[in-house]
Design a protein around this ligand. Structure first.
Ligand code: PMP
Length: 294
């Protein structure tokens, strides 16, 4: 992810990544008590543009607040520094990773001294270009009463790592996790949509990370006049669906070929997902509303 010249942003300063150290006694490292974001920048006709950058930093702030972590940064300034970071690293198409973590503290009392680090790297298609073979995970998404499920908390991603590793070990590309009520929740790092009889369905908020890509797709459905229904979906629903896809900042829109033994009958190119994939690409490359004043 970095070479000897890579620069990252740390608490108001740009530093060489190779010279940066993290604290071994950090509460974030030991207990997963950190919040983060995943953002993408695209090389567009108007130069490098960070897609939905404000929404991502607002979610970072919300994530911090949901876990009682002080967030004392100005979002417009963070956006400005992120553009600078891309420039300093000569990145045009990039994945950006802001992380807020706590100073050394071995107790279980929420640390009050927080740091912000932002790094970025060139990253292609996260889930590849082929349609994915997916399995229903034996791991469930965490109970929303046991953690801040709507916050992008580092510790929550142990669940994602377990599910992804299990899926890969079984020969699948990706996992699909149910919630505690046995409804479809989401992938380890992406939301899910299914298509049935010309309509799209996606699980409502409650047991999922409210994805920014998910919100973008809901907006695109309105523009494209695609009927979109937010409702709880069962394994039976997905195994009777016409097509399905994952969506997320890293994975963008990734078509799903099969779930367990069930193969979707509609070819990806003919699916609503493929139409949305083409439109999403246009949006991130050319037509986004870029409103941030630098
Ligand atoms: N769910 C989970 C668990 C995720 O980690 C992500 C990636 N942030 C998403 C959904 C998709 O969110 P977004 O579209 O905001 O990247």
């Amino acid at each position: 992810y970095f070479n000897s010249n890579t620069v990252l942003y740390l608490n108001g300063k740009f530093e060489k990544a190779a010279d940066t150290t993290a604290d071994i006694y950090g509460q974030s490292l030991h207990y997963g008590y950190a919040v983060f974001e995943g953002i993408r920048a695209y090389s567009t006709h108007n130069g490098t543009r960070i897609f939905k950058v404000k929404e991502h930093y607002e979610r970072l702030k919300r994530s911090a607040e949901l876990v009682n972590m002080p967030f004392h940064w100005n979002i417009n300034d963070l956006i400005k520094q992120t553009y600078k970071l891309l420039e300093l690293n000569n990145l045009k198409n990039a994945y950006i990773r802001p992380l807020i973590y706590c100073a050394p503290n071995m107790s279980l009392v929420a640390g009050t001294k927080t740091s912000i680090m932002i790094c970025a790297w060139e990253w292609g298609a996260y889930l590849g270009h082929e349609q994915l073979k997916v399995c229903i995970s034996s791991y469930e998404r965490p109970n929303p009463k046991s953690t801040a499920i709507e916050a992008k908390v580092s510790g929550n991603y142990v669940n994602s790592i377990l599910a992804t590793t299990e899926a890969k070990n079984k020969g699948f590309d990706e996992a699909l996790l149910l919630d505690m009520n046995q409804n479809i929740a989401e992938g380890p790092g992406a939301n899910i949509f299914i298509e049935k009889n010309g309509r799209l369905y996606t699980p409502p908020p409650g047991h999922i990370l409210p994805g920014i890509t998910r919100a973008t797709i809901i907006e695109l459905c309105q523009i494209l006049d695609i009927e979109l229904i937010e409702k709880h979906l069962t394994v039976k629903d997905i195994k009777h669906a016409d097509s399905a896809f994952f969506c997320g900042t890293a994975s963008e829109i990734a078509g799903i070929a099969s779930v367990d033994e069930y193969t979707f009958p509609v070819k990806w190119v003919d699916s609503l997902g493929a139409t949305l994939q083409r439109t999403y690409k246009c949006l991130v490359l050319e037509k986004q509303n870029y409103e941030v004043i630098i």
